[in-house]
Design a protein around this ligand. Structure first.
Ligand code: PLP
Length: 393
């Protein structure tokens, strides 16, 4: 028996454990200091009432013989796929029901999709990056190329004709930078992929945070995207499903390489290795897409958007350079006075008792940058920004 040697090539991720360690040590020394956590990308508001009611009703159905559900369709129940189809249709994107695959979240599908793609492919990822894109490809032994996201390009790298890549990861609104591609920029990526016969894996986990109606919330808003892209989406951040687990992946019928439709391959992969999302969760997810569900989730999204506005106003007031926050729950700031990411982390923790995420945890280009999230409590967010702006005065 031999292990998958590629796992040895994975870099140990010390980021969140180092942060946890430093925060615990600080709290032990300073038990009376209130530490405000703005580092982790998890939501804090509870599920909406319509979602909870749908879950309860579905649980009750499961407890009665006449309405019990056993195995469901691996790719999701029609009632939820139709709801997702309508959600896209409301944004003028027409999808067939069989192009939609219900999943237990974007992370699993972003990783699992690689099953149907050869390990010979060269992968292109931005730097800084959501680490899952890198690690899942290292596990499979693929060659990875990095594209520079930096202050000069607003952390939105554009295609370089000289670079030959087969699989391209794009995430917009981006984690960790909060930067959002506009239509013209995203069209450049679609055109590049079509010209190189490459595949775009588009992560739209934060699409619901986009308020500016000119910005694309789906790659399928772009001409030709159905011939070169797969889109991953999730209810984790849209509707507080991080602990509930439901997402969806769109694999267009038109997506074909070497005469093979990826839709058919993905269906084959899912029906072989996945037995679907629980009925109760799919009912809860369908409630998100109801009229009342959309109204309720928008209230929660507005709460986070208001937090983000408080943060961006504070950054602007303090003269700090940042991306994100306007159509995204993430704010990616340049550390003040030329400080390094960890140096700024220590200062924030020790002097201001605020915790964020050092940018270099997401790649080389994150050095000197810092990620803060708008998922926190309102009063804590205000207090953290008061501490920061007071200190930088
Ligand atoms: N994609 C991005 C860019 C994320 O930031 C996250 C979670 O933080 C995910 C995917 C994972 O989403 P899910 O909870 O649906 O697995």
């Amino acid at each position: 028996m031999k292990i998958n040697e590629n796992y040895r090539k994975l870099e140990e991720s010390y980021l969140f454990s180092t942060i946890a360690h430093k925060v615990a040590a600080f709290q032990e020394k300073n038990p009376n200091k209130k530490v405000i956590r703005m580092g982790i990308g998890d939501v804090t508001l509870p599920l909406c009432p319509v979602v909870v009611t749908a879950m309860r009703d579905a649980a009750a159905e499961m407890g009665r013989k006449e309405s019990f559900h056993g195995y469901g369709p691996e790719q999701g129940y029609p009632f939820l796929k139709e709801a997702v189809q309508h959600y896209y249709f409301s944004r003028n994107i027409q999808l067939n029901e069989h192009e939609i695959f219900i999943s237990d979240g974007a992370k699993s599908d972003v990783g699992n999709i690689l099953d149907i793609l050869s390990t010979d492919n060269t992968v292109l990822v931005p730097n800084p990056v959501y680490p899952v894109y890198v690690d899942t490809n290292i596990m499979a032994g693929r060659k990875i190329l990095y594209m520079d996201a930096n202050r000069d390009n607003g952390f939105l790298p554009l295609p370089d004709e000289k670079v030959e890549a087969d699989i391209i990861y794009l995430c917009s609104p981006n984690n960790p930078t909060g930067a959002v591609y506009n239509k013209e920029q995203l069209q450049q990526w679609v055109d590049y992929a079509l010209s190189k016969k490459a595949l775009i894996l588009f992560d739209a986990a934060y699409e619901a945070f986009i308020k500016d109606s000119t910005l694309p919330r789906s790659i399928f808003e772009l001409e030709g995207a159905k011939r070169c892209a797969i889109e991953f989406c999730s209810l984790s951040k849209t509707a507080g499903f991080t602990g509930t687990r439901c997402g969806y992946t769109v694999v267009p019928e038109a997506l074909e390489f070497d005469g093979v439709k990826l839709n058919g391959l993905w269906l084959r992969r899912q029906t072989t290795k996945f037995n679907g999302v629980p009925y109760v969760i799919q009912r809860a997810a369908a409630a998100v897409f109801s009229e009342e569900g959309q109204r309720q989730v928008k209230e929660n999204l507005q709460y986070y958007a208001d937090n983000a506005k408080i943060m961006t106003d504070a950054m602007k007031g303090a003269g700090l350079w940042f991306t994100g926050g306007e159509n995204s729950p993430y704010i990616w700031m340049q550390c003040p006075n030329g400080m390094g990411s960890w140096e700024f982390f220590d200062l924030l923790l020790n002097e201001l008792n605020v915790v964020g995420t050092p940018g270099e945890g997401f790649g080389e280009n994150g050095k000197g940058y810092f990620r803060l999230t708008a998922f926190g409590d309102r009063r804590d967010t205000i207090e953290a920004m008061d501490r920061l702006t007071g200190y930088l005065k």
